[in-house]
Write a protein that binds this ligand. Structure first.
Ligand SMILES: [Zn+2]
Length: 355
């Protein structure tokens, strides 16, 4: 089952002048339609429909800097309001002065897209504060709108999958360097896979000191990572009833590691996605202290002499415990994390107070 909801995100202020210009154009169209409609009523006794009006505004979009479908949307909205208020003429939209109309630019389904981490509309990109993870949605119709403080927003209707009944899997997740996330059932999210192909280009741009190009490649990498994290978290939430994640304290890593911030960002993002998607699906999502989850054997619980410890142990990918089981570092940690989570869920608050 699918249903729709309207998302509203704020557009960054750097786009103000363009948006104001678009709003001015919409006002021109509105006022033109207002006059046209009124004249038809007065002179011919005809109430024009939006369909009647379309030929009059057709082709004006280019000069006005508006999407052609925005013109149609303005006419549609006009006719709806005219019928609603049972008037032969509506108020003029004012672009200036104290009675200025707040900016409004409608668009139809397909005219606004999520592209390169930004809103794309009619040849322009708009940066937004993406509080929803817009990449995961398919946009339908909507509008750009201005509030009384002069801030602009994108309002867009999106299709939402009605939450499928949550699966029953229980998964522990270990956050790591090599793989961004390793699950207790062996599923992995390999971070590097999403940008390895861009690394040569990045290195080349860095050597040539092409700042803009470097920035662009970094942005592309960030987008891909975000996209991957969205898909990964969505799959997990769909098939799980319980998700336990190891809470990594970033302080436990070397301060000299320049890549740390990159990992931090990915980890924080994954946690955030899992958190709100789990809440939405009504499944359990918990973070547990990941201390010792790398060192202890997930089979016997012992901390073996061979298990990875401290900074020196960072390179140990695989080790064999005294109990005879060979452990993959991250998979073992993920299993311990899941076991910790189960303990806490079984023991309730009391068990978790010790951490
Ligand atoms: Zn063991």
């Amino acid at each position: 089952m699918k249903h729709t909801k309207t998302l509203k995100v704020r557009i960054k202020d750097r786009h103000l002048s363009l948006l104001q210009q678009m709003a001015w154009s919409v006002n021109q169209v509105w006022n033109y339609v207002n006059a046209l409609s009124q004249r038809a009523i007065r002179e011919r006794g005809v109430f024009l429909s939006a369909y009647d009006i379309d030929p009059y505004t057709k082709g004006a979009g280019k000069d006005l800097g508006l999407h052609s479908q925005t013109l149609q949307e303005v006419s549609r909205e006009y006719v709806t309001r005219r019928q609603q208020f049972k008037k032969t003429r509506l108020q003029w939209r004012k672009s200036g002065g104290v009675r200025r109309s707040l900016g409004w630019v409608p668009f139809k389904s397909g005219a606004v897209k999520w592209k390169n981490g930004q809103i794309y509309h009619n040849g322009h990109y708009f940066k937004v504060w993406d509080s929803y993870g817009l990449a995961q949605y398919r946009f339908r119709a909507g509008s750009f709108s201005e509030d009384a403080r002069g801030r602009w927003y994108l309002n867009v209707v999106v299709e939402v999958e009605a939450e499928v009944p949550a699966g029953q899997d229980a998964i522990g997740i270990d956050l790591g360097f090599k793989d961004t996330a390793t699950c207790s059932d062996g599923t992995r999210l390999e971070a590097g896979r999403f940008y390895r192909d861009l690394e040569p280009a990045l290195a080349k741009a860095q050597r040539a000191r092409k700042k803009k190009r470097v920035k662009a490649i970094h942005a592309k990498i960030a987008n891909r990572r975000k996209d991957a994290l969205h898909k990964f978290s969505r799959q997990l939430v769909n098939r799980c009833g319980v998700i336990i994640i190891g809470d990594v304290k970033s302080s436990s890593f070397t301060r000299t590691n320049s890549a740390k911030t990159v990992y931090d960002t990915g980890w924080a993002m994954l946690k955030q996605f899992l958190s709100y998607k789990s809440a939405c699906a009504g499944i359990v999502f918990q973070a547990v202290n990941e201390a010792y989850t790398t060192q202890a054997c997930s089979c016997c619980g012992a901390i073996s002499a061979h298990s990875p410890k401290g900074r020196a142990g960072l390179g140990i990918r695989e080790w064999t415990c005294e109990c005879g089981v060979t452990q993959d570092r991250d998979l073992n940690a993920a299993r311990n994390i899941l076991a910790l989570g189960h303990e806490r869920l079984a023991g309730g608050i009391a068990a978790s107070s010790g951490r």
